[in-house]
Design a protein around this ligand. Structure first.
Ligand SMILES: *[C@@H]1O[C@H](CO)[C@@H](O)[C@H](O)[C@H]1NC(C)=O
Ligand SMILES: *[C@@H]1O[C@H](CO)[C@@H](O)[C@H](O)[C@H]1NC(C)=O
Length: 210
C-alpha cells in the first residue's frame, strides 16, 4: 500500500486525497513511509558508473572456448584439482542437461540415475573418444576435479545423430529429445541453428588417468 501511494505522492501533479484510497488516512504516516522509501532508495540504487562497468564482479560472463565451434562456458565453481583431463582419460561427471528450446526443458540429469543403493550414479566417458557430443568433451577438457560449469553447446557441437551420449535412459525423454532436435519439419524451416542448442550444468567429479 505504501508503495502505491508513495509513487502517487512523488509524481509531479498534486494527487487529490480521494484518489489515494489505499493510503492510511494519517498524512503523518504517509510522509514517514515516503521518507523510509527514499532512504532505502539511496542505499539500494548503485551509482550509475558502477552499473555500467563491463567487468562488474557480480556479473560473470560466458567465455567461448577456443577452437570449440562456439561452445560457451560459465564457471560456477573452480575445481581444486591440479590437472586437466587428457585424451584417453576417463572422467566421471554429474550433469543437468537442458534444451535451450522448449522453455529450457530438462531432458536428463545424472542426479536422477540411481544405483542399487539409491545414490546418484555419475556419467563416465573417455575424453576424445567421440562417444559423447563434441561440446561436452571440449568443456570438460578445461575443467579440474571439483569444478562446476554451465556449458552452452550449439547444435553443430551437440547431438548430430542418436549414437553419441549422453543418451537419456528414460524412453520418453529420449524420444522427445530426438524428435525435437532432429525434427525434419523444423530443420527445413531453418530452425536448425537454434533447435538443437543444449545447456549442460556439469560437475567434474573425478579424472581417472588412462
Ligand atoms: C554421429 O555424429 C558424430 C559427430 O558428428 C560422427 O562422428 C559420427 O560418425 C556419427 N555417427 C553416425 C552413425 O552417423
Ligand atoms: C516437428 O515440428 C513441427 C512444427 O513445430 C510439429 O508440428 C511436429 O509435431 C514436430 N514433430 C515431432 C515428431 O515432434
Amino acid at each position: 500500500m505504501a508503495l502505491i501511494c508513495s509513487s502517487l505522492l512523488l509524481s509531479a501533479a498534486p494527487i487529490p486525497s480521494s484518489k489515494c484510497h489505499l493510503c492510511t488516512t494519517s498524512s503523518h504516516l504517509i510522509t514517514s513511509a515516503v521518507a523510509v522509501l527514499l532512504a532505502g532508495g539511496f542505499v539500494m540504487v548503485p551509482p550509475v558508473a558502477d552499473a555500467e562497468e563491463d567487468d562488474h564482479p557480480i556479473r560473470p560472463k560466458f567465455v567461448e572456448l577456443e577452437d570449440s565451434g562456439g561452445v560457451k562456458v560459465l564457471d560456477i565453481r573452480e575445481g581444486g584439482g591440479t590437472t586437466y583431463p587428457k585424451p584417453g582419460d576417463r572422467v566421471e561427471i554429474h550433469y543437468y542437461a537442458r534444451l535451450a528450446a522448449k522453455q529450457g526443458w530438462r531432458f536428463d540429469a545424472t542426479y536422477d540415475h540411481k544405483d542399487a543403493s539409491g545414490n546418484p550414479e555419475p556419467y563416465v566417458f573417455t575424453i576424445a573418444s567421440g562417444t559423447v557430443i563434441a561440446g561436452l568433451d571440449a568443456a570438460v577438457r578445461s575443467m579440474r576435479e571439483g569444478g562446476v560449469r554451465r556449458v552452452v553447446i550449439p547444435p553443430s557441437q551437440a547431438y548430430q545423430n542418436t549414437t553419441q551420449g549422453p543418451i537419456p535412459p528414460n524412453f520418453f525423454d529420449r524420444q522427445r529429445l530426438y524428435t525435437t532436435v532432429f525434427n525434419q519439419t523444423r530443420l527445413a524451416n531453418g530452425e536448425g541453428s537454434t533447435l538443437g542448442t543444449v545447456i549442460f550444468d556439469v560437475e567434474l567429479l573425478k579424472i581417472r588417468p588412462q
